[in-house]
Ligand binder design. Structure first.
Ligand SMILES: Nc1ncnc2c1ncn2[C@@H]1O[C@H](COP(=O)(O)OP(=O)(O)OP(=O)(O)O)[C@@H](O)[C@H]1O
Length: 292
């Protein structure tokens, strides 16, 4: 009988790994595959947007037991987008700056443990979502998160420290925006659509979000005094953010956000300048298998 085959798609730009570490990782993948009597192939992405092309090129070559994204939520998004609603499960080897989806799922973060899980785990069917037809799996949003995501994408250094630096600098001059959420006009610091509960690095924006409830959790942060930011951060990192006069939650199947001018959004941390003032969100229940 043929060995189970896994394709690994490695984004060398994600996280803070060095070239030597990536070489060691490739050796560890082959060693682990041998140990688990499996076959592994590793391919590198060459640019933003290359991972889905690699998935499509390789899909018909073998009956893959899993196609694994090596990177952070952006890489998971690209590989997942090419697998969603299809038969081949997504695997995650977390090597990004935030690793929000992997952390939400409780996947191992240490490479050796993550590899053991990938070769022995079972597919779990989870929800995904669409923002104007762009798939996302963890969170998407408009406002402060998108503003920071855009600045972070221009930074030379990735990783948590770089992200914290950009967030802190942005905090002082960021202005809330006027938006209409499902027909209700309001000023918002941010609106996050949470399929999974956290942005990454255990910053839980929607602690109650479930990947298997067939619903999206919308978290609206209204304009707040600067001192409240510290409390917000403390509550996010202790997974205890709750509704308050500044924080609102809704569970939805679909939503419509309208802006005065085409807005900057993010999907799974990837910034995107829209060319429309309408943002249509919808859940795709039970649409992706992830090896857990
Ligand atoms: N070879 C490459 N060179 C440059 N950029 C790439 C390459 N391959 C993928 N990318 C892009 O790198 C960006 C960052 O990837 P990713 O989100 O996985 O890492 P991260 O931002 O460090 O982690 P996280 O999203 O978990 O915070 C994505 O926009 C992805 O499309």
């Amino acid at each position: 009988m043929d060995k189970p085959s896994f394709l690994f798609i490695l984004n060398p730009n994600s996280g803070t790994s060095t070239g030597d570490q990536l070489q060691d990782l490739q050796k560890a993948i082959q060693k682990s595959a041998l140990h688990h009597q499996s076959h592994a192939e590793v391919v590198f992405t060459e640019s933003h947007g290359h991972a889905p092309v690699l998935v499509k090129e390789h899909l018909a070559q073998r009956p893959w037991k899993g196609i694994v994204a090596i990177g952070g939520d952006g890489t998971v998004n690209e590989v997942g987008s090419a697998l969603v609603t299809g038969p081949v499960p997504l695997g995650i080897l977390p090597m990004g700056s935030g690793n929000g989806l992997a952390r939400h799922l409780g996947l191992p973060l240490k490479p050796q443990n993550a590899l053991n899980r990938l070769f022995t785990g079972k597919p779990k069917l989870v929800d995904s979502a669409l923002l104007n037809d762009i798939p996302f799996f963890c969170t998407a949003g408009i406002g402060f998160d998108a503003y920071v995501g855009n600045l972070f994408s221009q930074e030379k250094r990735r990783g948590l420290l770089s992200y914290m630096k950009v967030s802190f600098q942005s905090y002082w001059d960021y202005e809330p925006q006027r938006i209409t959420l499902n027909g209700v006009a309001q000023d918002a610091f941010s609106i996050t659509i949470a399929n999974a509960g956290q942005y990454g690095n255990n910053a839980w924006i929607a602690p109650q979000a479930s990947l298997q409830d067939g619903m999206l959790d919308i978290c609206t942060i209204r304009p707040f005094p600067k001192w409240y930011g510290l409390k917000l951060v403390q509550q996010m990192f202790s997974k205890s953010l709750v509704p308050s006069r500044f924080i609102g939650y809704n569970k939805v199947l679909t939503s419509l956000i309208e802006t005065k001018a085409p807005a900057m959004i993010h999907y799974d941390g990837e910034p995107l300048q829209l060319d429309t003032t309408r943002i249509e969100i919808k859940i795709r229940p039970s649409s992706l298998n992830i090896i857990c």
